[in-house]
Design a protein around this ligand. Structure first.
Ligand code: F0G
Length: 448
């Protein structure tokens, strides 16, 4: 049962079927091109789309907009230190800004970065330094029906294989993303984090945790890792993050705010280098692209994120959505991860080959059927890889309720009922950079 009530509401609207058909066509069968007001339930992302608490709204008023040394920065610093255990904080406008600051200081052309699975922007920032992003997921990670408590884990065996291949000298950075967004939001155990830290230490690499969803991850640890059954979410979070040399954070996730991010570290040398780069790309190191008021809201949000009442409801919401879908026979990735339910589009449309973009077809049909917006994470978003054809339904924090999820599940069930009639899509126009294709490309139904 959710432990909050609504204090401010936003009208949402379900457009008529004809309007949805028209909007979809006008968007070039790419839901990134839709107007948000034409979307009834928006599960495109959990990033920056959550609802702030009354304490966060109140904190905004305190925002100190001084260019240097603001009180708001001091409050953010002490919140990061209390919740995450890192004394040096370099704010950034959002997670990818923090990635640019940190990876720009740690990586050079020809280097290799290892990660359980690189999130898109992480991959792009590593590549932008001329370095090579290499994933080290565990073997079951890509299997939508394999069991496993921690399918997000980093495969140390795979890590050592890469060390053998390229040599430790070329690997200055080892990253662990918790939860593992690109592997269906699956959690990572503290045991795995400890082992990855030791591995990074052995090869003399800096160990970075991408902490975007650190509180959700810690909650799974309290549920599934025996040693931590009696620990608090806050204590697990501090311990797990404590193995890292540095964190990259998007406040838009477990910071419970609409915008903002930071690098945090206990290594003064890394902090100094990041501050220099932050001045160039983000802003003076005591605001780094964030308004004082946004730092205030983030300082409060980080503390709320590790309250068990909040994070338990959060994970339970995702499970509610998953079980409503499963009850209606919709194939989902299992076990359910932290921030989203992932639908298995291949299983929904067995008659569509990857070249017909079954995931993108499912995204479009969910919109056509019920004005629900999700995102494709298969052959359309990741050209040239053999990833499973998944569709992510990401749940904004503290925003939707069970009735909304029932609508989503009914919508998906209605699409499944007419699955055989659905035809594939083909790309009409696409941008130059293939990695960014799914944001702006336009498609059309394949004429049969
Ligand atoms: N790292 C991870 C694991 C992420 O999920 C994201 C963003 C980022 C870094 C970058 O943060 O958006 O603040 O610049 N993920 C969003 C998503 C966009 O929809 O999954 P950002």
């Amino acid at each position: 049962m959710v432990q909050y009530k609504s204090k401010m509401v936003e009208r949402i609207h379900l457009p008529e079927r004809a309007e949805r058909e028209h909007a979809l066509e006008a968007a070039g069968y790419n839901v990134f091109n839709l107007d948000a007001e034409d979307v009834f339930i928006d599960l495109l992302t959990d990033s920056g789309t959550g609802t702030m608490s009354e304490a966060q709204w109140a904190a905004l008023i305190r925002g100190d907009e001084s260019y240097a040394g603001s009180k708001s920065f001091a409050r953010l610093e002490s919140s990061v230190d209390d919740v995450m255990g890192f004394p040096h904080v370099i704010p950034a406008h959002q997670g990818r800004g923090a990635e640019n600051v940190l990876y720009g200081t740690l990586l050079e052309a020809g280097d290799v970065a290892l990660n359980n699975t690189h999130f898109d922007t992480t991959r792009a920032h590593v590549a932008n330094q001329g370095a090579d992003p290499v994933d080290c997921p565990i073997p079951d990670a890509a299997d939508p029906s394999a069991d496993g408590d921690f399918k997000g884990n980093f495969s140390i065996e795979r890590g050592w294989e890469i060390v053998e291949e390229v040599g430790a000298d070329r690997i200055p950075v080892v990253i662990q993303t918790i939860t593992n967004n690109s592997t269906a939001g699956q959690p990572v155990s503290v045991e795995n984090t400890r082992r990855v830290a030791a591995f990074a230490d052995e090869i003399n690499a800096t160990f970075v945790i991408d902490a975007c969803r650190f509180a959700e991850n810690a909650y799974f640890v309290t549920e599934r890792e025996d040693t931590y059954a009696d620990a608090t979410v806050a204590a697990v979070a501090r311990e797990q993050l404590g193995y890292a040399d540095a964190l990259v954070m998007s406040g838009k996730k477990d910071g419970l705010v609409n915008v903002g991010g930071f690098v945090a570290t206990d290594d003064e040398r890394i902090a100094d280098r990041c501050r220099q780069r932050a001045i160039l790309y983000e802003g003076f190191p005591t605001y780094g692209g964030m308004a004082g008021r946004d730092m205030e809201a983030l300082a409060v949000g980080l503390r709320e994120a590790v309250e068990v009442e909040y994070v338990r409801d959060r994970i339970e919401q995702i499970r509610t959505l998953a079980s409503l879908l499963e009850d209606r026979g919709v194939p989902v990735y299992t076990p359910t991860g932290g921030h989203a339910v992932y639908l298995d589009a291949e299983a929904c449309f067995p008659h569509l080959p990857p070249s017909a973009f079954p995931g993108q077809v499912l995204v479009c049909e969910l919109y056509r059927e019920g004005a629900v917006r999700g995102v494709e994470l298969g052959s359309f978003a990741f050209p040239g890889t053999d990833r499973p054809e998944l569709v992510r339904l990401a749940v904004p924090r503290r925003t939707y309720h069970r009735e909304h999820f029932e609508h989503v599940a009914d919508t998906a069930a209605a699409v499944l009922e007419r699955a055989e009639e659905v035809s594939g899509l083909e790309i009409q126009t696409e941008p130059e950079v293939p990695e960014l294709r799914h944001f702006t490309a336009e498609l059309e139904p394949v004429s049969s």
